[in-house]
Ligand binder design. Structure first.
Ligand code: AMP
Ligand code: ZN
Ligand code: FE
Ligand code: FE
Length: 281
C-alpha cells in the first residue's frame, strides 16, 4: 500500500484529549505516514509533535483550524504547510485564544443563569493552563464531570449548542480574513467538513464557488462524519471547481464518541499536491 495521511487531528492544546506525544504514538500505531495537527486557533502543539516524531517515519504537517463567519453560519478553514513560527501569525493566534477565554467566561456566566455554577479554574484544569485554546468541548467535559449531563452530546443540545440558552458566539474572521491569515504564512486554505454547512438557502456548490472567490484552494472531501454519498458529492464539487482535495478524521482523542485518529486515511499524493500549492514548493 502507498503512503497514507490523516490531515485533521486535534491535540489537548486545543480541545482534543491526547497530548501531542500521544497523538504521534497513536498515529504510528495506525500505520500513518503523515498527520497534520490542526488545532483550533493555535499552533502550540506542532513543536512537541515534531519533536516526538523525531524526524523518523511519521511526517508532521503543520496546520491550523480557524473559524470564519458566513451568512450567520460558521465555517471552519484549515491551513496546511503554514510557517507556524511566524511572529505576527503567532500573535494573531494568541489574540484569538485570549478572546476564546473571555467567551468561555461568558458561557459560564450564562450557565449560572440556568442554575449551573461552574468555576473557571475547574474549566482551565480541563483545558490546560498553558498555551492553547479553550472551547465548548471543554465546557461539555466539565458539565459531564460535575454530573450536570449524562453525555457530551447533551451539553450541546441542552446548553451550549448553537441554538441553546448558554451559547455565546466566538470571534469569527470573515472567510477572506481567515484565508489571508493562512496565506500570509505561505499556507494552503481548505474548507473543512462541508457537511456541517447550512445549505437551506443555497446549494453547497454555490457556497463553495463563492468561497473560492475568497481564496479557498481546497475542500475536505473525506471526513469521519461523511457517508460514501457525502464524500462523492464533495469530490464532484472539488473536481468541477478545480479545488485541491484533502481528508482527515477530525480526531479529538476521547472527546468524541470514539478515537478517530487514522479512521480517515488519504493517499500521500494528495499531500504532495497540497505541498506544491504552498510556498514550500
Ligand atoms: P468552539 O470552537 O468552542 O465553538 O467548539 C467547537 C467544538 O465543539 C468542535 O470540536 C466541535 O466538534 C464541537 N461540537 C460542536 N457542536 C457539537 C455537538 N452538537 N456535539 C458534539 N460536539 C460538538
Ligand atoms: Zn474541536
Ligand atoms: Fe472543525
Ligand atoms: Fe477540527
Amino acid at each position: 500500500m502507498g503512503k497514507v495521511a490523516d490531515l485533521h487531528v486535534h491535540t489537548n492544546i486545543s480541545d482534543g484529549t491526547f497530548t501531542p506525544e500521544k497523538v504521534v504514538e497513536y498515529a504510528r500505531m495506525q500505520g500513518l505516514d503523515a498527520i497534520s495537527i490542526t488545532d483550533h486557533d493555535t499552533c502550540a502543539a506542532i513543536a512537541p509533535a515534531i519533536k516526538a516524531a523525531g524526524g523518523a517515519g511519521l511526517e508532521i504537517i503543520p496546520g491550523v483550524e480557524l473559524t470564519a463567519e458566513l451568512d450567520d453560519d460558521e465555517i471552519h478553514v484549515l491551513g496546511y504547510f503554514i510557517d507556524w513560527q511566524d511572529e505576527a501569525f503567532t500573535k494573531k493566534l494568541e489574540e484569538l485564544c485570549r478572546v476564546r477565554e473571555e467567551r468561555a467566561k461568558e458561557i459560564l456566566r450564562k450557565l449560572s443563569e440556568q442554575g449551573i455554577d461552574l468555576k473557571y479554574d475547574d474549566l482551565m484544569d480541563i483545558a490546560g493552563h498553558g498555551p492553547g485554546s479553550v472551547g465548548r468541548l471543554h465546557i461539555a467535559n466539565l458539565l459531564y464531570q460535575k454530573g450536570k449531563i449524562s453525555c457530551v452530546r447533551d451539553a450541546f443540545t441542552k446548553y451550549i449548542g448553537n441554538d441553546s440558552p448558554a451559547y455565546v458566539k466566538k470571534f469569527k474572521l470573515s472567510p477572506k480574513e481567515s484565508v489571508d491569515m493562512i496565506k500570509s504564512v505561505g499556507g494552503v486554505a481548505v474548507l473543512a467538513h462541508p457537511k456541517t454547512i447550512n445549505t437551506e438557502t443555497r446549494p453547497l456548490k454555490d457556497i463553495v464557488r463563492s468561497l473560492t472567490g475568497e481564496g479557498i484552494q481546497g475542500i475536505e472531501v473525506y471526513h469521519s462524519d461523511n457517508n460514501a454519498k457525502d464524500s462523492r458529492e464533495f469530490k464532484e464539487i472539488a473536481d468541477e471547481l478545480g479545488l485541491l482535495i484533502t481528508g482527515g478524521s477530525d480526531c479529538h482523542g476521547l472527546g468524541k464518541k470514539e478515537v478517530l485518529l487514522g479512521k480517515v486515511k488519504v493517499s500521500y499524493e494528495l499531500v504532495e499536491k497540497l505541498k506544491q500549492a504552498s510556498y514550500l514548493a
